[in-house]
Design a protein around this ligand. Structure first.
Ligand code: GRF
Length: 218
């Protein structure tokens, strides 16, 4: 049996991706969520964590004078739980280089676009405006470049002619809930690692991301 990988999950909002990981862990995903940390006390994801009996912590960025001091405290808080992997799941903060460096090779982010397209915010709206026919979500290792770390895996969805940002977001989010546990499983089972600055799968560099659902992309 694979030993369970200790996780710390960072959120700011609804936490539906967190829920997917909680549900996975209750099934056969070999992880133990040691804590859920939010920068917002009213994030609904904290409620989800409590319901699952997971320890929750709030570290409000408004109580810190600058980004460096917040990220230092956040890094210390994360390390209290000695995670093997840190999961950013809708954590709406730009991280300092110092924080990212502390968790190099063991921090994941999920982003609602087919990176490198549409880094940053409002990805669904921008994909529609750009006339994209395909859109989706990506999981990547976190580096100092915003939404720019080595890609691991992507899920694709079609953009429909009558889509608005909300309908498209809902279609993407459904895939995210499969995508994130899949990436976490690969890391937990040891097939995925960051070597230097390169994501490796079964020891070979991932020159392009794994595609979760190549046949659904029509
Ligand atoms: C997701 O779309 C994720 O890709 C982005 O933030 C959103 C979080 O949603 N980073 P939830 O809080 O997991 O429901």
């Amino acid at each position: 049996m694979t030993e369970k990988l200790p996780l710390v999950v960072l959120i700011s909002g609804s936490g539906s991706n967190l829920q997917a990981i909680i549900d996975g862990a209750a099934d056969d995903l070999p992880v133990e969520i040691r804590a859920v940390i939010s920068n917002k006390a009213d994030a609904y994801g904290l409620e989800r964590a409590r319901k699952a009996g997971i320890e929750t912590r709030v570290l409000d960025h408004k109580e810190f004078s600058d980004r460096d001091s917040y990220d230092l405290a956040l890094g210390d808080l994360i390390e209290e739980y000695q995670p093997g992997l840190v999961i950013l799941a809708g954590f709406m903060r730009i991280l300092t280089l110092a924080l990212v460096g502390r968790f190099h090779g063991r921090m994941f982010n999920i982003h609602p676009s087919l990176l490198p397209k549409f880094r940053g915010l409002h990805t669904h709206e921008r994909a529609i405006e750009a006339g994209e026919r395909m859109h989706g979500a990506s999981v990547h290792f976190v580096t100092e470049e915003l939404d720019g770390g080595p890609l691991i895996i992507q899920a694709q969805v079609p953009v429909k002619t009558d889509d608005n940002p909300d309908t498209l977001a809902a279609r993407v989010l459904k895939q995210e809930h499969i995508l994130y546990p899949t990436a976490i499983r690969m890391f937990a089972e040891g097939s995925l690692r960051m070597e230097g600055d390169v994501a490796c799968h079964h020891g070979s560099p991932l020159n392009s991301p794994i595609i979760l659902n190549p046949d659904q992309a029509t």
